[in-house]
Design a protein around this ligand. Structure first.
Ligand SMILES: *Cc1c(COP(=O)(O)O)cnc(C)c1O
Length: 355
C-alpha cells in the first residue's frame, strides 16, 4: 500500500518560468519544470516522487515499447478570476484512466494516489498556470508498461507519470470534415472506449489521407457498416438538429469524453433537448439537405469546441452556416464562465488546488 502523503519532492534549482512568453504558447511544446513518477513493482505502487523534468532511462525490452500497453489522460488546470487554481473534473479523468487500464490489462491507480499526485504537482507548478483568460495548464497523466521482457504478456511493472504543458487560448477555426467509409478508428469489442496510444497510432494514416484530400479531419463511422457516425477526429461529435443536441450514444467504440458529458448537462439545463442515440449517416445527410442540421461540432479538452463548417458525405459537400450566437458558442461561454469562477459552479466541477 502506498502512503499517499509520501510523495518525495525534489525541486529544480532553476525554474524556466521567467523565460516563457505566455502570449505565444504552442500546444504541447513546452514542459513545466517538473514531472511526477510512480513505479508499479511487485504488486504495488512505489517511489512516488516529483522531480525536475528530464529524459527517462528504460530497457529497450520494456514491454510498452513493443506491445502497446500505454494509456493517457488529458485535462486542464485554470487560473480563475480570483487568482485561485482549479482543475476541471479530474475525478472523471481518474475513473476513465482506470477503465482504460482495465481494458489494457494494466495496473490501476488508486484514487488517493492519483489525486494527491495531481494536487501536489499542480501546486508545485502553480506559476505555470497562465493568467490570461482562455489559457490553461494542460495536464497529461499517462502510464506505460516498463517490465523488460520480449515475450507478449501483460507487464508486471508500470510507470505512472504526470507531465504538463502551458497552452494558449485554443481557438479552433471552423473545420472541414469528411465522413470516413474506408478506415475505422475503433471496432465494436475493440479498444475505442479506452484512451490508449494505439487508437491514436491507427488513426494517423487515415487522417493524413484526409488532409491530403483537403479536409481537416475525418468523421469516423462504425467499423462494420460505416453507416453510423461515431466521433470526429480525436473528439466526440455533436449535432444540433432543430433545437435538440444529438450525439452518438456511448459504446465500446466511442470514448466517454468529459467535455461531451459537460456539454450535454449544460445544453439540457439551458432548455435544449438532448439525445444520445445512433446517428445514421443517412439521417445526417438528409438533415444537411433539408436544413434541420443547424450545427455540428467536435467536443474535447484541447479545443473545448471545434465548429464544423463543411461535411463531406460520399463525395458530396455540405456547408453549415455558423452564426455568432450559435448554441455551441453559448455552451462554450457557459463552460468557460464556470471554469473561471464567473458563474456559480452548481455542478461541483471545479477542483480547487490549495497552495
Ligand atoms: C480524449 C478523447 C475525447 C475527448 O475526451 P475529453 O475528456 O472531452 O477530452 C474524445 N474522443 C477521443 C477518441 C479521445 O481520445
Amino acid at each position: 500500500m502506498i502512503v499517499t502523503s509520501n510523495i518525495q519532492i525534489q525541486k529544480t534549482t532553476r525554474s524556466r518560468v521567467p523565460e516563457v512568453d505566455f502570449s505565444k504558447l504552442e500546444f504541447g511544446k513546452l514542459s513545466t519544470d517538473h514531472m511526477f513518477i510512480a513505479e508499479y513493482r511487485a504488486g504495488e505502487w512505489q517511489d512516488a516522487r516529483i522531480v525536475p523534468f528530464s529524459n527517462l532511462s528504460l530497457s529497450p525490452f520494456a514491454l510498452g515499447l513493443h506491445y502497446g500497453q500505454t494509456i493517457f489522460e488529458g485535462m486542464k488546470a485554470f487560473r480563475m478570476a480570483d487568482g485561485n487554481i482549479s482543475i476541471f473534473r479530474p475525478e472523471k479523468n481518474l475513473e476513465r484512466f482506470n477503465i482504460s487500464a482495465r481494458r489494457m490489462c494494466m495496473a490501476e491507480v488508486p484514487k488517493d494516489l492519483f489525486m494527491d499526485a495531481l494536487h501536489q504537482f499542480v501546486a508545485l507548478e502553480h506559476e505555470w498556470v497562465p493568467k490570461t483568460e482562455g489559457s490553461s495548464l494542460y495536464l497529461r497523466p499517462f502510464m506505460f508498461a516498463s517490465e523488460a521482457r520480449l515475450g507478449v504478456k501483460p507487464s508486471d511493472e508500470y510507470y505512472f507519470m504526470i507531465v504538463a504543458s502551458p497552452v494558449g487560448p485554443y481557438y479552433s477555426q471552423p473545420v472541414k470534415v469528411k465522413v470516413e467509409t474506408d478506415y475505422a478508428r475503433a471496432a465494436e469489442g475493440g479498444t475505442g472506449y479506452a484512451k490508449c496510444g494505439g487508437n491514436y497510432g491507427g488513426s494517423l494514416y487515415p487522417a493524413m489521407l484526409a488532409r491530403k484530400a483537403g479536409f481537416d479531419q475525418v468523421l469516423w463511422t462504425d467499423a462494420k457498416t460505416h453507416s453510423f457516425i461515431e466521433e470526429s477526429g480525436t473528439m466526440n461529435v455533436m449535432f444540433r438538429f432543430g433545437d435538440v443536441v444529438v450525439t452518438p450514444s456511448l459504446s465500446s467504440s466511442i470514448l466517454d469524453g468529459v467535455t461531451r458529458d459537460s456539454i450535454l448537462t449544460l445544453a439540457e439545463d439551458m432548455g435544449y433537448g438532448v439525445e444520445e442515440r445512433e446517428v445514421p449517416v443517412a439521417e445526417l445527410e438528409q438533415r444537411l439537405q433539408d436544413g434541420s442540421c443547424k450545427e455540428a461540432f467536435g467536443a474535447g479538452t484541447a479545443a473545448l469546441i471545434a465548429p464544423i463548417e463543411y461535411i463531406n458525405i460520399h463525395g458530396e459537400s455540405y456547408r453549415l452556416n455558423i452564426q455568432q450566437d450559435a448554441l455551441m458558442y453559448q455552451i462554450k461561454k457557459r463552460l468557460t464562465d464556470i471554469r473561471m469562477g464567473n458563474t456559480e459552479d452548481i455542478y461541483g466541477w471545479n477542483y480547487l488546488v490549495k497552495l
